[in-house]
Design a protein around this ligand. Structure first.
Ligand code: DGL
Length: 265
């Protein structure tokens, strides 16, 4: 048994979609959440910078006693997962791309899968690689959607403006695919507007697949928490803690207790 917390990070609010799934599947775990709000978005930045940020955050989470790290960010998973695993060999570190790919391959009937994500994630071809390792016959259609993240971070998740952007990005998928991977942890927050537009395409987000994967690792390593009180989430952000707390509460569906500002890590 191991009551130390699970460390989770993203550039901002998006990773809370993974936290929500973790809470459901691992209700007794404590969670340390790190949102790098001062430096978001990650998806338009260079690989080197994203690696540098990811290493810095992993160090912070480990210093704060994390027993496992979940990279709740597709961009950081694509750029930095292997490097983090090599740098911090003493704790399990998991990303979101493989679990999402496995889920999509199970859901797709015609093996035509769409992937939407940030510029960095799509350019990395991480999903193409991961899906072809699962099944060589899968055809991947991908699209960068860089405006989705700022809309989510502003809380503009419904209305005319986001509808137009959804149409602009996603029109080309219609009648082409049967499954679409939401390859950015911010995108599940836009699920209702995306679903409304793509109608009969199955949407896959990796949140619950990642949470199940985390659970199986904790069971295998005998590191499940035995805390009586249900999970507590402690949030750290690099800018605007109040704004994070306010919007985060809406997306998480529960109160976030005083996100703490981290400025010297
Ligand atoms: N939520 C992140 C992802 O899954 C990063 C979005 C961003 O900061 O651009 O890719």
């Amino acid at each position: 048994m191991e009551n130390r917390p699970i460390g989770v990070f993203d550039s901002g609010l998006g990773g809370l979609t993974v936290v929500k799934a973790l809470k459901k599947i691992l209700p007794n775990e404590r969670i340390l959440y790190f949102g790098d709000t001062a430096r978001l978005p990650y998806g338009v930045k260079s690989r080197d910078l994203i690696i540098q940020y990811s290493i810095q955050i992993a160090r912070f989470l480990i210093k704060n006693d994390a027993k496992m790290i979940i990279i709740a960010c597709n961009t950081a998973t694509a750029m930095a997962l292997e490097i983090l695993k090599n740098n911090f060999t003493h704790i399990p570190i998991i990303g979101v791309i493989e679990p999402g790919s496995v889920q999509a391959s199970l859901d797709s009937k015609n093996k035509k899968i769409g992937v939407i994500g940030t510029v960095a994630t799509i350019n990395s071809k991480a999903y193409d690689t991961s899906l072809s390792l699962i099944d060589k016959e899968i055809q991947v259609f991908s699209k960068q959607c860089p405006l989705f993240v700022p809309f989510v971070e502003e809380g503009m998740v419904k209305g005319e403006a986001i509808n137009l952007i959804v149409e602009h990005y996603l029109s080309s998928f219609k009648n082409k695919i049967d499954t679409m991977i939401l390859g950015c942890t911010h995108y599940p927050i836009l699920k209702p507007v995306i679903k409304d537009f793509v109608k009969n395409i199955k949407l896959v987000d990796s949140a619950s697949a990642v949470a199940n994967h985390a659970k199986s690792i904790l069971i295998k390593k005998r590191q499940m928490s035995e805390l009586e009180c249900p999970n507590q989430i402690e949030c750290f952000v690099t800018d605007l803690p109040r704004k994070f707390g306010k919007l985060g509460e809406i997306f998480l569906g529960e109160k976030i207790n005083h996100p703490q500002l981290v400025d010297d890590f």
